[in-house]
Structure formats: structure tokens, C-alpha cells
Design a protein around this ligand. Structure first.
Ligand code: SAH
Length: 470
């Protein structure tokens, strides 16, 4: 018997946050992940650095691996890995061949568990504002494959709402089968393409003209079709379609959810420095400082990591007062046992300076652990108040290659730091004119302008924390 266990995990329909907590934890702990091409790829970033990640995805035209090969690989991996995650789009048992895969495990005597997922058959209607059941329209729903082995007929079950998966190439056949089964030609039908993803499209029509409609709209995959009276609710309930799509390039995209549907393409990543001799020197004379000021959660994280490396803990900071630029940073500090003495209401360098200006800062020693090359606004402002500022880099941001993004589906871009503006221009050039640029504060606005981007500052009340990383 092999020592490993196979977890067949549903990755959800596309919006990465629709994975279950159980699935999320398993991805983080997995030794090996075998995934399909329909999963939200962001989820793979949760995997540990040592995890082996294998794409076994199937595209309609191009089969990367046969089902037998996938089953064999799963079993092989379970022989010497502890946690093997088989990550599948939506729910693994809804048309995912998940059943066949765990049958192979059972036959090989390998331990397995199934973690259900949010299926696209239900999530795509939700995000299209089409409740598949509704007391006024239908008491039941059927989920049907539009793709049968060996050109078999598509069977139309007796239900008030029918959802078709894997039907894009077969839409003519689906409609013919529906008409043949007695559905009136005026019956409403919707296609939901890229359901729950930022580039979701909903196309509606009636059975009699729908083949033409989807051809004109150039419908692509993945898509589901929804047939029945409930489709009429789309216009009234189209909540997701009405959200602005906001491209966020920095870290912590969850902080900006109130601005719209977040499309996260991180372009920078925080990493440690190669040489910490500067910080190490400072850590030897912590008792000479009056204030320790953190301008980002990352700064706090790297500072405390290094403190520990030097054999020190929070007791070494007992003589200092601590300031945090905003709530996220302050929250991160609590993890190290620090309750910040000062958190400005206006969460920015300017906000911090306002608070400091009413304190007596003359000749006060301020330690400022920041990103390498951070903005000058805070140290200069503190110096102007008479403080002696010791800036010390504790981490740096490096550019990373983001996944592509379809700007046709983007309404706004949020620049969270000057470095995101620089990286954006390098990768994408200027954004198309319909896309509006935003930023969090004056330093980023100035940095963006340097790269030819005219960004408007997001109103403060819309912001939970005004600055993130530099
Ligand atoms: N197990 C998956 C379905 C796998 S079959 C689930 O539960 O969702 C693949 C089909 O799922 C596609 O042909 C398409 O019809 C549908 N599908 C998957 N993701 C989708 C998405 N984001 N939007 C629309 N349809 C999707």
C-alpha cells in the first residue's frame, strides 16, 4: 500500500475565491498537484515552494494526456508523495471524470478523499443573475452534457430549467433537440461565457435565433447554456455584470474589493535583501531610538524576521513608541505582539506627518524600516519637523511577469505604488483610453505621472489603507 493519499479537489468555477476552505488548505499542503486547464490559475500560487505542479489539462482540440495516463500518473505520484491533490475545475464529480479517477484509486488500493467544489453549472447562473430555480417559474433544474460520446443524441430531460455544459460546439444540436422535445421556439436561452471570471459575458436570446446570436457574438469556451423562463431575470439581477472591473497590480487585492470586481495581476513581489548588515547594525542600538515607524505590513514582516535572526524579540523595542501607516500594517504588528501607539486616520505618509506634527518631534530619533528605494516624503517630512531619521531598507520589490489580461473587460486600473506603475508601463505600455487610472496617494500619483500615466487619487473614504508598498 502506498503511503500517499489522493485528494480530488474541486477548484471552483473561475473566481479563485470560490474554492472551499478545505480545498485551499490542501493546495497549501500538497506535495504534488495535478491540475486541469479550467482551474483558476491563481490558486497554484498558494502551493508550497517545493510542491510539484503538473498540468494535465485537456483542451477540446488537444489532449495533453489521456484519461488512462492521468490515472496512472496519480497512482504513481501517490506512491512516494504524502499529499497528492488532483485539482479539477468546478466540482470534480460534475462532468469532470472525477468518478473515473477515484475508481482507479480504489482499484489500485490507494486512499482517497473527495473535496466538492462550486460547480460552474450553478455558479455561472449565479454570476449572471439567473437563479436556476424560482418559485414563480420552475421547481426543478437539470444539468445536461452537450457533448456525448459517439455522436449520441442529446437527451432532453423533463425540467423547467436546463443547464448545458460542454455545449458550445454543439449549440445547433442542443437547440434542435430542445425544439424536438417540445420547447417553444420563443423559449429564453442564455450563454454564460467565462462564468465568474472578470471577462464573463452573458448572451441572451430565444431558441429560434440563438445559433445566429452566438455566432455573431463569437461565443467561445468555456461556456454554459441556461434554458427556461428564469433567463428572463438576467436583466433585473445582473449584479456581477454591473460591477466595474478593477485591475490591481500590487499585493493584498482583497483590500480593494469595495471598488469593484478585482482582477489581480501582481507585478511586483516583496523579497528579502541580500545584505542585512545595515539593519543588523541598527538592531544593536535599538535603545537609542524614540520612534519606530512602519510604512507597510511587509516592512513589519521583514523587520521582525531579521530581529529574530539576531536573537532578539519585542522586548528589544520596549523603549520605543511604534507608529503604523494604517490599519493593515497595525494588524500585522499585533501578530508580533505590538499594539501601535499611533495610526493616522488618513492612512498615508501625509497622514502620518500630520499626526507627528502635533507631537514634539524635535531631536527625536526615528527608525524607519522601509522598502529599498522607498518614497522620500516621510523621511523628509520628519526631518522638517526636526527629527533625526534613520532610514533602513528591510526588503525590496522585484518585478514579476503577470498573466495576460484582456483590457476590453477592464474599467479601472489601481496603481498601489510607483513600482507598479513602472512595471505596468514596461509590460503593457499605456492602457487603452477607456480604462481609467487610479492611485492611492500623492507619491504614487507623482510616480505614475513620470511614466505618462494620469492617475486620479481614490477618495479616502473608499480606502481601507492608503498605502501598501513602495
Ligand atoms: N467539473 C466542472 C465541469 C467540467 S466539464 C464543473 O463542475 O464546473 C467542462 C465544462 O464546464 C465546460 O465545457 C463548460 O461548459 C463548463 N465550465 C467550466 N468552467 C466554466 C466557466 N467558468 N464558465 C462557463 N462554463 C464553464
Amino acid at each position: 500500500m502506498s503511503k500517499g493519499k489522493i485528494y480530488l479537489v474541486g477548484a471552483g468555477p473561475g473566481d479563485a475565491e470560490l474554492i472551499t476552505l478545505k480545498g485551499y488548505e490542501l493546495i497549501r499542503r500538497a506535495d504534488v498537484i495535478l491540475h486541469d486547464h479550467l482551474i483558476p490559475m491563481e490558486l497554484l500560487q498558494l502551493a508550497g515552494a517545493d510542491a510539484e505542479i503538473i498540468s494535465v489539462g485537456k483542451f477540446a482540440s488537444q489532449h495533453t494526456m489521456s484519461q488512462d495516463q492521468i490515472n496512472a500518473l496519480l497512482i504513481e505520484k501517490a506512491a512516494d508523495a504524502r499529499i497528492v491533490v488532483r485539482l479539477k475545475g468546478g466540482d470534480p464529480f460534475v462532468f469532470g471524470r472525477g468518478g473515473e479517477e477515484v475508481e482507479a484509486c480504489a482499484e489500485a488500493g490507494i486512499d482517497f478523499e473527495v473535496v466538492p467544489g462550486v460547480t460552474s453549472a450553478l455558479a455561472a447562473p449565479s454570476y449572471a443573475g439567473i437563479p436556476p430555480t424560482h418559485r414563480d417559474f420552475t421547481p426543478n433544474i437539470a444539468i445536461v452534457t452537450g457533448h456525448r460520446k459517439d455522436k449520441k443524441e442529446i437527451e432532453i430531460p423533463n425540467a423547467g430549467t436546463i443547464v448545458f455544459l460542454m455545449g458550445v460546439a454543439n449549440i445547433q444540436k442542443i437547440i434542435d433537440s430542445l425544439l424536438k422535445a417540445g420547447w417553444p421556439p420563443q423559449t429564453k436561452i442564455a450563454a454564460v461565457e467565462n462564468g465568474t471570471r472578470y471577462n464573463q459575458r452573458v448572451i441572451t436570446g430565444t431558441l429560434e435565433n440563438f445559433v445566429r446570436t452566438v455566432q455573431d457574438a463569437n461565443l467561445g469556451t468555456p461556456a454554459i447554456f441556461i434554458v427556461g423562463k428564469v433567463v428572463g431575470l438576467h436583466e433585473k439581477l445582473n449584479w456581477y455584470g454591473r460591477k466595474p472591473r478593477v485591475l490591481v497590480l500590487g499585493t493584498h487585492p482583497e483590500k480593494y474589493r469595495h471598488l469593484g470586481a478585482i482582477v489581480h495581476r501582481p507585478m511586483v513581489k516583496c523579497v528579502g535583501l541580500e545584505d542585512y548588515s545595515n539593519l543588523d547594525q541598527v538592531l544593536k542600538r535599538l535603545d537609542t531610538f524614540d520612534w519606530l515607524t512602519f510604512t507597510s505590513a511587509n516592512g513589519a514582516r521583514f523587520f521582525f524576521e531579521r530581529l529574530k535572526r539576531n536573537g532578539l524579540d519585542t522586548r528589544a523595542l520596549s523603549a520605543m513608541k511604534v507608529a503604523a501607516i494604517g490599519k493593515t500594517t497595525a494588524r500585522r504588528l499585533t501578530a508580533f505582539g505590538i499594539l501601535a501607539d499611533l495610526i493616522p486616520d488618513k492612512e498615508s505618509s501625509a497622514g502620518l506627518l500630520e499626526e507627528f506634527s502635533v507631537l514634539e518631534m524635535r531631536d527625536k530619533n526615528v527608525l524607519l524600516p522601509q522598502a529599498e528605494g522607498a518614497s522620500r516624503e516621510l523621511p523628509e517630512g520628519l526631518a522638517a519637523l526636526g527629527a533625526a531619521v534613520k532610514e533602513v531598507p528591510v526588503y525590496m520589490t522585484i518585478e514579476i511577469e503577470p498573466a495576460d489580461v484582456d483590457f476590453e473587460h477592464i474599467d479601472k486600473i489601481l496603481f498601489t505604488s510607483g513600482s507598479t506603475a513602472r512595471a505596468f508601463v514596461k509590460k503593457f505600455g499605456q492602457a487603452p483610453p477607456h480604462v481609467k487610472a487610479y492611485c492611492l496617494g500623492l507619491p504614487t500619483q507623482a510616480a505614475a505621472r513620470k511614466y505618462g500615466i494620469d492617475a486620479e487619487i481614490v477618495p479616502q473614504q473608499d480606502n481601507q489603507e492608503a498605502r501598501e508598498i513602495e
